[in-house]
Design a protein around this ligand. Sequence first.
Ligand code: C2E
Ligand code: MG
Ligand code: MG
Length: 509
Amino acid sequence: MSILATIKDHSGRIYRGIQSLLLISIGAALLGAVEMSENLSSGSAFVVSILATSLALLALMYMRSSVVHSLKSAAVAEAEKHHFLTRDAMTGAMTRRYFLEALGNSLGTMRDRRDAALLLIDLDHFKQLNDTFGHQFGDRTLAHLVKTAERIFAGGMVGRLGGDEFGVIIPHSDLIAINKDVRQLLDAMRAGKSHEGRTIPLSISVGVALAPTHASNTTELMLVADLALYESKAAGRGRVTVFDEEMLSDKRYRRLVERELRAAVYLGELELHYQPIVNPDGSTYGFEGLIRWRHPVRGLISPAEFIPIAERSTLIDMLGEWVFKRACADIGYFPGRSISINVSGEQLKRDEIVTMCDRVLKETGRSATQFVIEITETVATAATPEILRRLEALRGLGFHIALDDFGTGHCGFNYLKTLPIDCIKIDRSYIRSLAHDQVAQIFVSALAQIARIQDVTIVAEGVETQEEFALARAAGCNRFQGYFFDRPAPRDKVSPLRTANTDQLALSA
Ligand code: C2E
Ligand code: MG
Ligand code: MG
């Protein structure tokens, strides 16, 4: 409850106070008047007025104490509320949200960067501790870790970031001092915690990153500290590692992402966002589903960052299945509209793509005709007879096939005759150049003519302005996609379906 609200709540008492003060004043005035009229001695009039003034003073004091009391209780309630929101109930550490906010503040602004260090601490074998000694002991261990860290890093802030993962913000980047303190923390934990007469030794892994040396914003600093922490765990736990640039280019980074991505599927951290594909009149034709990873530490991660890593193993098949299942579940929200999904070239190297799609359609009761499968131009140019057979099989099931990012690879026009495709998506680089680059204009117009002859649809990708929309339309594109219409958004935030001609887009072009 806010201070103002508390005072409002107590305004009844204040109002009653003022009312009594008024009554007393009126009473005193009346008495004075009566006494004057009866011509009593001025002495007794004086006594009456002293009495009235004292009563008024008493009333005022009552009001003052009432207001002071209200303010005090409001301040207590405010502090309790703040504590509840900012502190983790079990350990007393800052909550994740407030910790990240505090971290942002500690790093300063672009103009005024401040030195800081971030420690990420993970309690080793926490699950085993819980299983062996019980959850109560597990809880006490976490609280013990926080208390010890708060004592050792007295000028810092300790936050709980996840189950057994904690962070410490240190307001300087003196690595020698930090290392000394971290070792003290490692030793303190090794000394253990008592349980039923025994001392159970504890172990932690720590990752350290410095700002601004290693990163200057919250997201990146968390990422690099996380890499250092992973390094500590991989090297056998119970140790501290300071971030090193090499960790970024390392294959260990890929392994970390792979490991986390596998877990992300089960933890529900993946999301499919939708971006509309519109007709020339501005009405919605369908949507492209674009995968996103809502990482608990790094925030929303773009597919450009994790798809290439997933493509190095069969993890891409797992993601591909997740995407198609999600699209099947969501299509009911977009009646009469299609959903395009991106299928990686790696998926097309295995028969699994056809059997998976067929199986998911049967499981969900959806029809393949509601979906478009987007493959990239590079896949098409390197297509083996097996890949072409799989594409034909997918078409046989009823899917439409679209050639994505056309113009970025080496796909000549003659490829278009042989590929089993229904749609070509022209890469954004051409759409952006339409206004000033004649080569782009000729390329798009020629492609549109060929497409018309072969009954293939042309989608202009990455339309960002009204001018680009008008030019792409004039060049013969039949469908359009880009920020000008809408950015990709979660299913429930997708703008209502546009309808033909009612939209100003249609009039403007
Ligand atoms: P894409 O299939 O060519 O998707 C279009 C990309 O362009 C999307 O990026 C989209 O957000 C972005 N975009 C749309 N309109 C505009 C615009 O007007 N301006 C600009 N600058 N960009 C625009 P996103 O979502 O980051 O995806 C990047 C790529 O990741 C996709 O390119 C696709 O190749 C791949 N991808 C996305 N989702 C999946 C998936 O589920 N599976 C696979 N295998 N790949 C995926
Ligand atoms: Mg695409
Ligand atoms: Mg594309």
